[in-house]
Design a binder for this molecule. Structure first.
Ligand SMILES: [Zn+2]
Ligand SMILES: [Zn+2]
Length: 92
C-alpha cells in the first residue's frame, strides 16, 4: 500500500489536483473530472509522470497525446485540448 502521508502530498503533475488510489491500489486517479489521468503504481511506488499516465479523452475515450514542449494534451480523434496546470476555467 502507498502510505497515507505520501498520498496527502501527491498531486496530479498535470493539473495539480488531488489524486486517489483505486480499490486495488494499482493506480492513482486524478480527482479533477476534466483531467482524470491515471498514474500507475509499481511495487507500491507511484509513477507520477504524465508520459506514463493513462490519459483517456473525456469525449471519445481515446488516449490523448502529451506534448511536453507545449505543455498540452490533445486528443488525436476529436482534437480537444488541455494545457498544463489548467484550472476549472481552462479550455477543455
Ligand atoms: Zn489531473
Ligand atoms: Zn477525443
Amino acid at each position: 500500500m502507498i502510505s497515507k502521508d505520501l498520498l496527502d502530498i501527491l498531486v496530479c503533475p498535470f493539473c495539480k489536483s488531488e489524486i486517489r488510489p483505486d480499490d486495488k491500489g494499482t493506480m492513482l486517479k486524478c480527482l479533477k473530472a476534466e483531467c482524470a489521468f491515471e498514474y500507475p503504481v509499481q511495487n507500491d511506488i507511484p509513477i507520477m509522470l504524465i508520459n506514463k499516465a493513462r490519459r483517456p479523452c473525456l469525449k471519445c475515450g481515446k488516449q490523448r497525446d502529451w506534448n511536453e514542449d507545449a505543455g498540452i494534451v490533445s486528443c488525436p480523434e476529436c482534437h480537444s485540448e488541455m494545457k498544463y496546470g489548467f484550472t476549472l476555467n481552462g479550455k477543455i
